[in-house]
Design a protein around this ligand. Structure first.
Ligand code: SAM
Length: 227
């Protein structure tokens, strides 16, 4: 079972720290303001380029290829990695929206869209917990490496349900726990030592990357989250 006792008492996790629920979003926003301009290069460095394969495989499940009158919402979409892949697969008249709470991440995304000559992707600054769209509007909804940053996950999920058409697809890509003995220790050593160090040298600050690693550890397993 997911432990929600702290949320009921008005507090939640920010990495390994316990913080008032009302403060988590501001702390998360600080993290992504700090990393926005180095976000994409850091993803390549931290994952050895693997995040590209994970994202390709994830987007394959959206089933966007060639669909007409297709409306897709990518929440916590940051610099646009997921939306750009969907735009490449969908028909040119598809409506594809990148939504993120952080204007700085979206600005990087807009610059990247311009560089790629992508005009069909729209950028919206808003909170996953309060989506500025009508009911039953989208064919699909993605959230990649985003849900663990949202303070009230249940509220975000209920918003996802509200804006999806009946039969629409909800897809969530998130890190989980390593279950292979031996590999878990290796992953732990890598994530707690190497990732913050790369962050310090490339982005000038190790703290945002410590939060990213800790927040992965605090996120429930895929089975718990699915329940
Ligand atoms: N989806 C992108 C990707 O896969 O590269 C970006 C993921 S990044 C790790 C997490 C994103 O979640 C950040 O851009 C952050 O601003 C966004 N975020 C955090 N809380 C949010 C919220 N309540 N509503 C919308 N976006 C949020």
């Amino acid at each position: 079972m997911i432990d929600r006792s702290s949320e009921r008492e008005g507090s939640t996790h920010f990495g390994y720290s316990e913080v008032p629920l009302s403060e988590k979003q501001g702390l998360v926003d600080d993290v992504f303001h700090k990393v926005a301009r180095r976000y994409d290069i850091m993803n390549d460095l931290m994952s050895g380029g693997m995040h590209r394969l994970w994202k390709d495989s994830f987007v394959g499940k959206v089933n966007a290829r060639g669909r007409r009158d297709f409306r897709h919402l990518d929440v916590a979409g940051g610099t646009g990695d997921i939306a750009f892949r969907i735009a490449a697969a969908a028909a040119h008249d598809a409506e594809i929206i990148v939504l993120d709470i952080n204007g700085e991440m979206l600005e990087v995304g807009k610059d990247r869209a311009k560089e790629r000559g992508l005009s069909g992707v729209e950028f919206v600054q808003a909170n996953a917990e309060s989506l500025p769209f009508p009911d039953a509007h989208f064919d699909s909804y993605t959230i990649a490496f985003g849900i663990r940053n949202v303070p009230r996950i249940e509220v975000a999920l209920s918003e996802a349900h509200r804006v999806l058409k009946p039969g629409g697809r909800f897809l969530c890509l998130e890190f989980s726990h390593v279950a292979v003995p031996g590999l878990d220790k290796l992953y732990e050593a890598y994530s707690f030592n190497v990732i913050p160090t790369i962050g310090k040298f490339v982005a000038g600050d190790s703290e945002p990357y410590r939060y990213l690693v800790e927040s992965i550890r605090k996120f429930p397993s895929a089975e718990e989250f699915e329940r």
